[in-house]
Design a protein around this ligand. Structure first.
Ligand SMILES: Nc1nc2c(c(=O)[nH]1)N[C@H]1C(S)=C(S)[C@@H](COP(=O)(O)O)O[C@H]1N2
Ligand SMILES: [Mo]
Length: 347
């Protein structure tokens, strides 16, 4: 296979291209992995060419939306591949597409891990618009197409650590949140950014459920410096393709050094404000879920420990437990934002 420049890649080839690149990495890294296994480090699963092939085969099956407008395809024709170095890349084994898209938390579609995949068939993410409000020069309701027009899409491979102590490694497609924020010109009073998920009981059966525990819509927030940090990503795709509904189509936040619940899905509102916003999980159980929610192996959840995590995929025969790292391993790039803060109090 020839290595192509991103601009030469047709949309239909992108998935295979990203599979190809993970394969290339596998080949490059396999020396190190083999060594790890030889000393009994127990790295149980590795990405193989075979996995790559099955990812490619499964991707379209999981796509529950019809191909969106052609502007999406044009946008996806120019994705900049992930670099080969931290922090926008990790050489850790990718979690297979199947697990990334069938083991989800998206309570709007139900509380079980398989519910978002199973129950999101009616969900429509195209057309989509986002309301921008608060302390900005350019408030308004914008079509997603217009928000994405000026940004450059890139691939980033990040760890995702859920507060429930499981984790994945996911190749996202997106752009820095800072590139979106700058478009709307926040003023000096904009100290926090608040996000809201779509609330559509018609297509989101979890919202209709009488067992729902959440006060909808799902809300999250970041301090402005966190929002502007180069690691903070607005994702519009994964594995080289559009986001499936269960992963937060058409656009969701990714904050890789924080617990997964901060990474709010299917965003319809972005509000700039002076005061700390209310957030869904913090409102529900403030003793268990803080506003900052930085991944921290030293501060345990009141009901379970946080110093280990279960890395997916797991099989019937192997469960892989690894040590959780402070700031999910991204400390070098984000710890400075919390200088002088007591992380045990500001959890
Ligand atoms: N709107 C909304 N966003 C959400 C959630 C949710 O229930 N609703 N769950 C969060 C949690 S707890 C996690 S771990 C991640 C999971 O993202 P993934 O399913 O793409 O892996 O999404 C987060 N974003
Ligand atoms: Mo989570």
């Amino acid at each position: 296979m020839l290595i192509k420049k991103p601009s030469d890649i047709k949309p239909s080839e992108i998935t295979s291209e990203s599979v190809y690149r993970s394969r290339r990495r596998f080949i490059r890294d396999s020396g190190a992995l083999a060594l790890g296994m030889a000393v009994g480090a127990g790295s149980s699963s590795t990405l193989s060419a075979q996995d790559g092939d099955s990812l490619k085969a499964r991707a379209p099956v999981n796509m529950k939306r019809t191909p969106p407008d052609s502007w999406w395809e044009d946008k996806f024709a120019t994705i900049k591949p992930a670099p080969d170095s931290e922090p926008f890349f990790t050489g850790e084994t990718l979690t297979p597409y199947r697990d990334v898209t069938r083991y989800n938390n998206f309570y709007e579609f139900g509380m079980d891990k398989g519910d978002p995949f199973a129950n999101s068939g009616e969900f429509k993410s195209d057309p989509w618009s986002v309301e921008i409000t608060g302390e900005v020069a350019r408030p308004g309701t914008y079509h997603l197409e217009d928000i994405l027009k000026p940004v450059d899409l890139e691939e980033r491979i990040y760890r995702l650590r859920c507060v429930e102590a499981w984790s994945m490694v996911i190749p996202w497609i997106g752009f820095p949140l800072s590139d979106l924020i700058k478009q709307f010109e926040p003023n000096s009073k904009a100290k926090y950014v608040e996000f809201e998920t779509l609330l559509d009981p018609e297509t989101m059966p979890g919202i209709r459920s009488r067992f729902a525990i959440i006060d909808w819509p799902y809300r999250e927030g970041l301090r402005m410096d966190e929002a502007m940090n180069p690691l903070t990503l607005m994702a519009v795709g994964l594995y080289g393709d559009y986001l499936p509904p269960q992963n937060g189509a058409p656009m969701r936040l990714i904050v890789p050094w924080k617990y997964g619940f901060k990474s709010i899905k299917s965003i319809v509102k972005i509000n700039f404000r002076e005061t700390l916003p209310n957030t869904t999980w913090n409102d529900l159980q403030s003793r268990e879920y803080g506003f900052f929610a930085n991944v921290n192996p030293n501060v345990h959840h009141p009901r379970w420990r946080q110093d280990m995590e279960r890395r997916l995929p797991q099989t019937l025969f192997s469960r892989q437990y690894i040590e959780t790292r402070i700031f999910n391993g991204y400390g070098e790039h984000v710890a400075h934002m919390y200088d002088g803060m007591d992380l045990a109090r500001n959890y």
